[in-house]
Ligand binder design. Structure first.
Ligand SMILES: NC(=O)c1ccc[n+]([C@@H]2O[C@H](COP(=O)([O-])OP(=O)(O)OC[C@H]3O[C@@H](n4cnc5c(N)ncnc54)[C@H](OP(=O)(O)O)[C@@H]3O)[C@@H](O)[C@H]2O)c1
Length: 249
């Protein structure tokens, strides 16, 4: 049997309109799964749908910050064998400039959204026995960087949350794991931040690159690990957090 075969599985990927989410959806479809891809931007989410291998995939546009849009997405979902929570943002803010609105913004999309979506798919009985749930954290929870207090805190929270999900769902064979990549070459690390926060500019990016003797990652590097965590080959792994990025310095 082909390693990490996902034939017969139905997988939901959030944040599928860009970066790691898009590449994960592509890889997961290449392994034979049926995909439900969701993103906020209609055009880019539809583009992802076209990039998938195989047929019968579905795409839904939703701003997951709006509970009504999340509910309508959940209502349309079939039974899932896997959920990959890729939707997320960065918002670099030095500690002394953190305001209530920065906290709300970062924690909402990076923590509240995956937590609420998980509750809703479970309550609506959309998650099959032996399914796999994958959350995206960051290596920065272990290696802080300037301006990363809120982003890293939101991701530390999701790491901790994922372990409890693993505990509560183990009786149904449902697994929950986190991936913590280092820098990955996606639009996320290049987006200009316009609301008074720091920008990740080329100069600071150059400084970070020195920490990566194996270079920064490509979305495919993370997508490969996601395929493994969704597959039956990882059936004995739950409650873990996989650090990715090589030997960080
Ligand atoms: N890139 C890295 O270096 C890195 C490293 C470690 C962890 N991560 C994590 O990996 C995940 C994916 O990051 P990425 O690099 O692929 O970022 P990306 O290319 O910027 O993609 C982020 C995705 O999140 C979606 N999203 C943002 N706000 C949303 C909302 N309100 N409702 C629905 N979808 C929303 C975006 O949708 P639209 O584009 O349609 O708005 C997009 O599809 C994130 O959780 C990130 O924290 C990234």
């Amino acid at each position: 049997m082909e390693f990490c075969n996902l034939k017969g599985k139905t997988i939901l990927v959030t944040g599928a309109s860009s970066g790691i989410g898009r590449q994960s959806a592509i890889k997961v479809s290449q392994q034979g799964a049926k995909l439900i891809v969701t993103g906020r931007d209609e055009k880019r989410t539809a583009e992802t749908l076209k990039m998938l291998t195989g047929t019968n995939h579905l795409s839904f546009t939703a701003d997951l910050l709006t509970e009504q849009e999340m509910d309508s997405l959940v209502a349309k979902l079939p039974a899932l064998d896997g959920v990959v929570h890729c939707a997320g943002i960065v918002g670099p803010t030095p500690v002394k400039f953190i305001r209530k609105e920065n906290i709300e913004k970062l924690l909402k999309i990076n923590f509240e959204v995956p937590v609420l979506l998980t509750s809703k798919v479970l309550l609506m009985k959309k998650v099959a026995d032996n399914a796999s749930i994958v959350f995206l954290s960051t290596v920065a929870t272990q290696m802080p960087y300037f301006g990363g207090a809120l982003y890293n805190s939101s991701k530390s929270a999701i790491e901790s949350y994922s372990k409890t999900v693993a505990l509560e769902l183990v009786k149904r064979g449902i697994r929950s794991n986190c991936l913590s990549p280092g820098l990955v070459n996606t639009p996320l690390i290049k987006k200009p931040v316009t609301d008074g926060q720091m920008e990740i500019v080329d100069e600071s990016l150059g400084r970070y690159l020195k920490k990566y003797p194996m270079g920064i990652g490509e979305p495919e590097d993370v997508a490969n690990a996601i395929v493994f965590f969704l597959s039956d080959e990882s059936r004995w792994i739950s409650g873990t957090n996989l650090t990715m990025g090589g030997v960080l310095q």
